[in-house]
Design a protein around this ligand. Structure first.
Ligand code: FAD
Length: 401
């Protein structure tokens, strides 16, 4: 078995995810903390061909890339070969209830299902703990009068789900077959079957779709300020978007960046009033209204070096001197796996029956952001997770009666 090297730093949810995946395979890895061994930061940037994001993962001389690329290799079934892991016999494993996803919806469904003696299994997905693991401040989850760190909240939910006997498997479902019972779920080559399925796969960050954006992804372009803002200490950066996430990320970045440009297509924000007031008061934030990213500028050696912004009213373009771009333009529901089997709305959000969590295939339930394009909050996701577990319990009871 080969021993990979992970370049990481403190507070890096993607580093934790990459490590979890390797741990789940029983792989020992070497971790190099670039915040503790500062000379290693430059070594990492050079070894990875100019990347300025963590983690950067190497399997001997092979550069895997970041966390997403590690998971991509796993989903393609190539990671085990690269690590030279022994092949395991591929036998189906059956569970009564499987919950896909480990955000607030998935963990809450697990807490309720476990307390109803349904012995649920969570298959965590690539982002263990879900979207909240990318934020430090959760001020609106009831029960935390002084606010709570997103990671802490999710770790606590995980502990609570485990306390009642939830099994948690770190992995990502790559294919489903809901055409007959038991349902079939594939995690790469591994097959799980289940009697009832709760889907809480949430939503993923959306990108602008520019060629230069993907060219400089991880080399100046990021979708997670709390993970990668660290690399832009004392520099100018830009955030694009107009919702809560964009304003929160812009405000967060002012803690260590010289200046933050907030680029928005319109002349008003969608974000909550409180968030808008906070951003407006912050002297380090300059809002570029009616504007869009025209091009991410850079070169192969340095990665992103500047950002060209276009004023949509005048057509004028200008380079703003930003060394980093944080894309915060919303989310796409993680429903691709279900496009042939489950009902969805025009934006591909799952559409349960009425105000229940029941999907059009009996025995399948949906909760959280994957079926909610309106509220998209931790508490609403948790509430719908409770509903899904109760609906599943009722449905399983009816099958046994
Ligand atoms: C930066 C940021 C700050 C936020 N701040 C707040 C806040 O302060 N207060 C608040 O209430 N809300 C906040 N939100 C919104 C909140 O995080 C979401 O509404 C909530 O996390 C949704 O929960 P969920 O369980 O539905 O999905 P998610 O949290 O998105 O979790 C989805 C889970 O499904 C998994 N998954 C995906 N695909 C698969 C697959 N194929 N197989 C298995 N698993 C899969 C993922 O890995 C993940 O674990 C914030 C969001 C962001 C991005």
């Amino acid at each position: 078995m080969k021993k990979p090297i992970i370049y990481s730093k403190d507070y890096c949810p993607y580093c934790d995810k990459a490590k979890e995946l390797l741990k789940s395979k029983g792989v020992a890895y070497e971790e190099i903390r670039i915040d503790l061994e500062v000379e290693q930061k430059d070594i990492m940037i050079e070894r990875s061909g100019g990347r300025r994001t963590v983690p950067q993962i190497f399997i001997e001389d092979f550069h895997v890339g970041g966390c997403d690329e590690l998971f991509e290799l796993d989903a393609q079934g190539k990671l085990d070969d690269l690590l030279e892991l022994e092949k395991k016999e591929n036998k189906a494993e059956h569970r009564k209830v499987i919950i896909m996803g480990s955000g607030p919806a998935g963990y809450t469904a697990a807490i309720y299902a476990a307390r109803a003696n349904l012995a649920p299994t969570i298959i965590s997905g690539p982002q263990k703990g879900g979207q909240l693991t990318t934020t430090t401040d959760v001020d609106n989850f009831p029960g935390f009068s002084d606010g709570v760190d997103g990671n802490e909240l999710m770790t606590s939910m995980e502990k609570q789900a485990k306390r009642f006997g939830t099994e948690i498997i770190f992995g990502e479902i790559t294919k489903v077959d809901l055409s007959q019972k038991p349902f079939k779920l594939y995690e790469g080559e591994k097959l799980f079957t289940c009697d009832a399925l709760i889907i809480s796969t949430g939503a993923s960050a959306r990108y602008l779709g520019l060629g230069s954006e993907s060219k400089y992804k991880n080399r100046g372009v990021s979708a997670c300020a709390t993970c990668d803002g660290f690399f832009f200490k004392g520099q100018k950066v830009a955030v694009v978007g107009g919702g809560d996430t964009a304003l929160e990320e812009a405000t967060y970045l002012t803690n260590f960046c010289e200046k933050v440009f907030l680029i928005h297509r319109r002349d008003e924000f969608r974000a909550s009033k409180a968030m808008q007031e906070r951003a407006a008061k912050n002297e380090k934030i300059e809002i570029l209204w009616d504007s869009a990213v025209d091009e991410v500028l850079g070169d192969d050696k340095q990665g992103m070096t500047d950002l060209r912004v276009r004023n949509l009213k005048t057509g004028e373009t200008k380079e703003i001197g930003a060394k980093g771009l944080f894309v915060a333009i919303g989310h796409t529901p993680n429903t691709t796996l279900f496009k042939d089997s489950l009902e969805m709305d025009e934006n591909n959000y799952l559409r349960p029956e009425g105000d229940s969590s029941r999907m059009n295939v009996p025995g399948v339930f949906a909760c959280g952001d994957v079926m909610d394009s309106t509220y998209r909050q931790a508490i609403t996701a948790a509430g719908s997770g409770c509903k899904a577990a109760m609906d599943a319990e009722r449905w399983l009871g009816e099958q046994e009666a």
